[in-house]
Each structure stands twice: as C-alpha cells, then as structure tokens.
Write a protein that binds this ligand. Sequence first.
Ligand code: ISL
Length: 550
Amino acid sequence: MTQTMQQLPWWKKCVFYQIYPRSFQDSDGDGIGDLRGILQRLDYLKALGIGAVWLCPVYDSPNTDGGYDIRDYEKIMADFGTMADFDALLAGLHVRGIRLVMDLVVNHTSDEHAWFVESRKSRSSPYRDYYLWRDGKAGKEPNNWASFFTPSAWSYDAPTKQWYLHLFSQKQPDLNWENPALRESVYGMINRWLDKGVDGFRMDVITLIAKNPALADGCGRPNENGYVMADEQFALQPALHAYLREMRQKCFAGRDCMCVGEGTFANEKTAPALVRDGQELDLLFQFDLMDIDGGRDKWDVVPFDLRRWKAIVAKWQKTLDWNTLFLSNHDQPRPVSRFGCTENETLRIRSAKLLACMMHLMRGTSFLYQGEELGMTNMPFAAEGALRDIESLELLKTAHTPAQREALWQAILKKGRDNARTPMQWNAEPNAGFTTGTPWIDVNPNSRTIHAAAESEDPDSVLNFYRKLIKLKTEMPVFCCGTFRLLDWGGGQGLAFCRENGTDKACVFCNVSSAPLPMPELYRHLSLLLGNVPDPQKDRLLPWEVRVLQ
Ligand code: ISL
C-alpha cells in the first residue's frame, strides 16, 4: 500500500536535532553555551534541513546533573540567559519553520526546588507528599534500591527523621505521582509552556514516574554495597499508563504538539502500549542499541557485534510501527568512535556517513545529536580533573584500588557522557569558535581540523552528506513512509535493508567492516542515490562503504 506524506503528523515528517545548550554556542564569553548563542546559529540549522529542535533542559537549576535537576520550571537558568532570550529563540525558530520541543524532567526535581524545600520542613507540610518519604528499617534505608548514580536510592533527612527516594543523585528527589496535587501542579506548568507556543516535550525517564506503591525490595543482583537496580519495582508500572493518559487529556488534547518519551527499561513487550493509540506518548526512545556494547553494565565494555545490531533493529522495526532513530544523545559516546572507524581521517569520514545511512534511513523519526553531523569523535580526556559529569565522577568514587580506578577510567574514556558534551566545533578559531572565554569543559583538540566552517565548504564532508541525507529522508516518500525489510545478507560484516512504498523501492547496503565485501548480483544494476566513496565498483563494497540505491 502506498502511503503519502500528507497523511502524516509533522513529527513523522521532519528530522529532529538535539541541542545541549551548555556546549552549543556561547554568546557572552563566560565559557558556557547559552540561548543567545543558539540564536546565532539558527541559519546553520536551517541549512542542515532539520525541522525540529529538542532542547536539553534550560530551566533554573543548580546544575548538579546538567540541568536535569530543576529548581524552577518556569525560570531560565541564569547561565543560559533570560525568559526574553527564550522567547526570542522560540520566535527565531518558528520564523524559519523549525519547531521547538523542550526537555521535561518530571520524575524528579532538584532538592532546591521550592516544593522540596517545603516538603522536607515537616511531616505535615502540604508538600510532604509531593515526594516519597519513608521511615527507615532498623536504622537503614526503607528498601534495597540502588540509584543510577549513587550506591543507595535513599537519603536520610535528619530534621524529620525520614528517608527520601532519589533514583538519581541525592540532589534529585523523586516526585510522588500518586499524589493528585503533584500531578495537577505538573500539568499546570506543562500547559503554561504550551500556551507560550512550544511544540512539545521530550520526557526524561518518563517510564519511571510510577513506582510500585509498596516500594518493595528489588530482586536483582546486588551491587557491592548490597543495593539492587530494582527496575521491576519502579519502571513501567501499571499506573504509568493512567498518568500518561491523564496528562494527555489535561495538557496535549486538541493541541498540535508532540510528546516523545525516554523509555528507560522499555522492551518489546512494554513499549507498544505506550505509543499504540496516541493516548499516551507519540514516540518512544528505547535503548537496546545503546546497550549493545555493555556487558554486566554499561561500563563493562564489550565489542559491538553487527549480528546483534541487526537482530535488534529487525525486532524493533517489527515491534513498533514508528520508531525513533538515533545514534547518540547527550548521555552517549560519539557514534563514529563507538561503532565506526577512527583509524584515519578517510575512514572516520566514510564510517560516519555509513552510520548515518544505516540508522536514519530506517523507518521512523530521526533524532540527530549536535556534532554528529560533523562526525565529531570521543574526547581524549587527559585526566580525571577534566571530567564534569556527575555519573562519571560518582563512578570513580566506587574504585578501591588503583587498578580498579584505571579500569573505570578506561571505561569512562569509551562510554562516559562527557564525550558527547565537549563544545560544538564551529571553526578553526581558539576554542573552536564556541567561546571567547574559558570553556566549561575542554574542547576536543581535533577541532583544529574537524569543524563546521571547513565542512560547509567541502562537498565531500560529513556535514554535506548529512544535508543530502536529510533531504532524501524528508522529501522522498519511500524513505519516510516506506515499509522496512532487513535483507539476509552480510553476516557479521554487512547490513542491508530495503524500503518499499507501493511501487517505489530503495535499498541501503552497508559494509560495516575494514575489509571489502562483495556486492550481491541482484542489486548491482540499481542506480546510486547516495554513497560515500568516489568511484563505487559494481561488484564490491570498499571498507565502510555505504550505497543507497534505487
Ligand atoms: O546515562 C545513562 C546511563 O549511563 C542512562 O542510564 C541515563 O541515566 C538514563 O537514560 C536517564 O537519563 C536521563 O535522566 C537522567 C539524566 O542524567 C540524563 O542526562 C537524562 O537523559 C536523570 O535526569
């Protein structure tokens, strides 16, 4: 059956671009990216061809976790500017036909949020039940839950002699969604942002907002302190669906906006219900591919296995009618360092282009993360002092011996979130044109050669390749609406898939390896829409070659 693009909502037709504002563009020389800085770069975004921006949190925050610890939902973080700057940014995007989707963190707030400040004052505070307070058990935590960042998910608060839950850092207390008053406060805040004209939300760890009301002990494998990652107690709980439906009714119904949820722990059984009928979320990020090189946990780095990659994408393309497609985000290392080849410049460029096609030409909405379109790489951090991310800093605290510390350091170099957070590489000026001051986190030394100014001029750059790719994706119905079929080809070395829309057909062949790979006979006659080597040979693919055929 042929589908036309006219039938689709805007968020299925455009490519999203994720901005981590602290690292995008500084406009005032304080070393921190800001809203006015983004405003200076809107024409760059327009030329790239994206249709929507996902803006990481810009709300007032003590910045313990990169702004994912919100102190005031209705104020802009001073580092980033003012509400007037925000309004100017929103208008600047809209004038260019680009939508704006805000990051929204409603699983937790900062411990400096007025709600928590009140909540912790007394057991009878009207805000007490905005959070999850419990008595300890025999002088210890109320249960055995581990946090993502710290050993235990509970902290004791002396004034009222109770413990509060925080799935992330101690400064990120979890909100109590069972409390209708909390829910109404959240909906009011969401509606005020929507009334301002924002086009939707990326909902941080939204799958964690409902906890098992019993807050029972987790049954998984304890960490070395005896705490357990108890996701079966706090992820994808039954009440989640009711909360999302209520939020839809009270905030989104009747508005032309979209909602993409971070589906932490969502799997093929639990994901479909969240996006099935548009009554809960529109889109869902699931992380199977991002977990592909993790063993016991993400820090136990194992080589990436293409056969597994194929099994995962085949599974998800079947599980959901419409997926989110992404190679990275602000929590993930740089894709070209992780899944591509950085042995030399030729292969870095070639493999970055290959990864782009391998991911973004599948069926679903694409989300690019800033710098991906330049083929930015991981950062060769020189020493622990150069790290900024709370997750890595807390992780290092768990080392007991120098050998353990060294092993964690090596893992952080590969997987640490700061890899994604080094400044955007704009040009060959000092600090890559990101700031005239001292950047809050070091600029990658390869910015002298890898930057947007040079790539803009070079027809064979990763940037110009992304521009073409985005055009294909947003203008050719076969890439937007077509069905997806993975071909049984390439083993652990090659990946290929076909898209079909009525009689329209396109195929993508990827040689995900450093050795040549024969091109199957059957597909040699097709014409080349996009490729990443100068003279493609009919019968074989060069190392890291991709061919988009029609
Ligand atoms: O980064 C991760 C693993 O290293 C993820 O487990 C991440 O913590 C998880 O996906 C939730 O991420 C989101 O919420 C966090 C915040 O630190 C992340 O930046 C955000 O994307 C807490 O708000």
